[in-house]
Write a protein that binds this ligand. Sequence first.
Ligand code: CTP
Ligand code: MG
Length: 231
Amino acid sequence: VQYEVVLPAAGSGKRMGAGRNKLFLELLEKPILIHTLEVFEQDENCTGIWLAVKPAERAVIQKMLENYGISKVKGLPDGGAERQHSVHACMKEMGQVDIVLVHDAARPFITRDIIANLVQSAHNFGAAIAGVRAKDTMKKVRNGIIEETVDRESLWMIQTPQAFRFDLIVEAEDVAEKVGFLGTDEAMLVERLGHEVHIVESNYENVKMTTKEDLLFGEAILRKRALGNNL
Ligand code: CTP
Ligand code: MG
C-alpha cells in the first residue's frame, strides 16, 4: 500500500541543548534529518515527502536534500509554533492521497517493516500508531506520593509513525483547529472524534533524539546495524 509522509522538522531542540535545531546534529557523520529522510527515500511505497521547516532553515535544508540525493520531497511549508501546527501546515499543502503517515523527523531508526505494518493497518481500519510495551513498573504519582500502581499490561509507550486514511486525519485536524484543541500526537485528534485507533507493535530502537544521551544510543544502533547485527 502506498502512502505520503509528513515529517515535522521545525522544532528548536531545546531539550537537546545544542543551541540549534537538533536535526542538524550528526550521527556517524550524517545529520539526523538525513538519516530519517533516507528511510522514506528508499521505501518504494512512499510516493512523497512533506517537510515542515523553519523559514530561516529552508535554504540550508534544501541544499542538504541536494547533497544527499533526497528526491521525494514535494513541499517544505513553514512549520508552526507547536508540532501539531507544523503537521497541519503540510496537510494543507498536500493533495488527496489514500494514506498519510506522520513521523517525527527526530526518529531516524524507524524501519520499513514497521512502516508497512502501519500503512496496512491504517488502510484496513483508518488509523494506526506505533508503540512499544511499557517495560518498567508504572505508578501514578501526585505531589511526590504514589496514588496507585497502574496495570502495566494495558500500558503502551507511543511513538511515531502514526498512519491515517487521508479523509480521517484531515477531518480530525480541522475539528482540532476549530475548537483550539492541542494534542501531543495525531492519534489524540482522531480519538476525540470517537474513531478507533489501532496499535502496531514497534521496537525499542525507534527512539526519538530528544536529549544528549539519546545521541549515544543512536550511534550505538547505527554501529550495530552497520555490522548487520539485528536484534
Ligand atoms: N517539531 C515541529 N514544529 C514544532 C515543534 C516540533 O516540526 N513547532 C518537530 C521537531 O522538529 C521534531 C518533532 O516535531 O522532529 C518532535 O518534536 P520534539 O522531539 O519535541 O523536537 P523539538 O520540539 O525540536 O525539541 P524540544 O521539544 O526539546 O524543543
Ligand atoms: Mg518539542
